[in-house]
Design a protein around this ligand. Structure first.
Ligand code: BES
Ligand code: ZN
Length: 467
């Protein structure tokens, strides 16, 4: 039996324990954006450092000004490191999104459970099951099996797990700068993306970038009686609504000047490749109880999500929203607006264009303030790298199907930093599905994603070690 075969059978026989360990991590309420869960985030970091060290990857918890990082290292078996393949840095995030609205969950989000469907298939339900605790544990468990079975890893491995991905990674930049030499490897491995469908694995080669802005428009210095002042005093919620409405034209295009600078039209051959993937647009929207495509006219759903930039209003508030009715003209109106970027769109230019647009549309007697939430450019990874070819081979061996090369509508800002700050390309392999309800109530991860995900990483590590 080859080393790999022994590692794979160990993964199978130890799978119940792998699941139990994932459940332990899922029970920790590591919601990074809410300060009430600061101690829980540290607990998740401590748990991971302990697990990694126990399985043979020397790891510790590093403080930042925000939530801590977990960093670990393991060379191969120590016998012949010089001949070993590329030194890889595995990246994942242990933080999760908030769970509200809680009443839409069918069970406690931090009490993980295996749910069996009528057809016998199983899923793991909990906040973070797919994004990203289940995914990061696929790698951890693969490393565990290699070390337990063979006494070492096929390639030198370092691990970086962060706790702020879901809140814009404010500590990441300084941390990478301060620890450049320690973290710069030959290749980053990232498990925070999806499969093409439940039988077809995928490697993600394009990620959208992100710019987030929170805006507050202020008119009067206090909330006013809408009878006494209505008509005479400016209502900032009206101003905000009209500013937000003006961000798109009637064809769905974003109106900011130069917004589309740097957007690359999809070449015909790529379009043809994607057409062959046979994406089911109706099922995609049907899965969330929608029927009709929104956004720019004349673009398909895949084209929208993978290759077009967007402007979305993520939240709007102000005035009285409690029970009953209160007749006020609010003093302030607020919104959170984000932009997904593609191609070579420049996050700083887009932030500036947005702020300029808002200021230019502000009537007399109103002021505006902005606060910045993250800014990362879009990313395209090479199609012809050695790592990509090895990743494809490993995935095809495990799933019995060629991996699809896909884009991703979401953003993983660190992948850009790996390239610009540490000079590393990334290999993005993940086992999430479109219907995993990431960031939504009742998040789940397929049991097959977890099990075959572990087996896939075991194979990727084996493949990377081949010359
Ligand atoms: N895992 C996601 C990114 C993702 C989304 C991959 C969908 C594949 C499909 C990641 O954790 C995420 O949600 N990122 C945030 C980044 C933001 C908060 C800076 C995102 O995309 O909104
Ligand atoms: Zn996420």
């Amino acid at each position: 039996m080859s080393d790999l075969d022994r590692v794979l059978s160990r993964i199978d026989s130890d799978f119940d324990n792998s699941l139990a360990r994932l459940f332990d991590l899922l029970r920790i309420k590591s919601i990074s954006t809410d300060p009430a869960f600061k101690a829980d985030c540290r607990q998740a970091a401590d748990w991971l450092a302990r697990e990694l060290t126990a399985l043979g990857i020397d790891a510790d918890v590093r403080d930042t000004t925000g939530h801590p990082m977990v960093v670990g290292h393991r060379k191969t078996d120590g016998k012949d490191d010089a001949k070993a393949g590329p030194h890889v840095l595995f990246y994942g995030h242990y933080d999760v999104q908030p769970v509200d609205p809680l009443d839409l969950w069918e069970r406690d989000p931090f009490d993980p459970a295996v749910v069996t469907r009528e057809d016998g298939s199983k899923m793991i339900v909990a906040r973070g099951a797919a994004d990203d605790k289940g995914q990061l544990m696929t790698f951890v468990e693969a490393a565990r099996a290699w070390i337990a079975e063979t006494g070492g890893l096929p390639v030198p491995v370092s691990v970086l797990l962060e706790g702020e991905e879901e809140s814009g990674s404010p500590s990441l930049h300084p941390f990478l700068t301060a620890n450049k030499d320690e973290l710069a490897c030959d290749l980053a491995l990232v498990c925070d993306t999806g499969m093409w469908d439940r039988e077809t694995p995928a490697i993600t080669t394009m990620l959208r970038g992100l710019v987030g802005e929170e805006i507050t428009i202020t008119a009067a210095d206090k909330d006013l009686h809408s009878g006494m002042y209505g008509g005479a005093a400016r209502n900032p919620l009206h101003v905000l609504s009209s500013v937000l409405a003006g961000l798109h034209d009637e064809t769905g295009r974003v109106t900011l000047p130069h917004f589309y600078d740097g957007v690359i039209e999809m070449p015909d051959d790529v379009r043809a490749l994607w057409d062959q993937l046979g994406f089911d647009h109706e099922a995609f929207l049907g899965g969330v109880d929608l029927k009709y495509p929104a956004g720019e006219a004349d673009r398909g759903a895949l084209e929208h999500i993978w290759t077009r930039p967007t402007c979305e209003v993520n939240g709007v508030w102000g005035g009285y929203t409690g029970a009953g009715f209160k007749t006020v003209i609010p003093s302030q109106a607020h919104a959170k607006v984000s932009f997904r970027l593609v191609g070579d769109q420049d996050p700083d230019q887009i932030r500036l264009a947005f702020r300029t647009y808002v200021r230019e549309h502000l009537p007399a007697d109103c002021t505006v303030s902005f606060s910045k939430h993250g800014g990362s450019p879009a990313l395209r990874l090479p199609f012809d790298s050695d790592a990509l070819a090895k990743g494809r081979k490993a995935l095809a061996d495990e799933w019995g199907r060629e991996a699809a090369l896909i884009g991703c509508g979401g953003s993983i800002p660190i992948v850009g930093d790996f390239k610009t700050m540490l000079g590393m390309d990334s290999l993005l392999i993940g086992f999430g599905l479109d219907d995993d309800r990431v960031h939504s109530p009742n998040e789940k991860y397929e049991m097959t994603s977890y099990h075959k995900g572990i087996r896939s990483w075991a194979r990727v590590l084996g493949e990377l070690a081949k010359g």
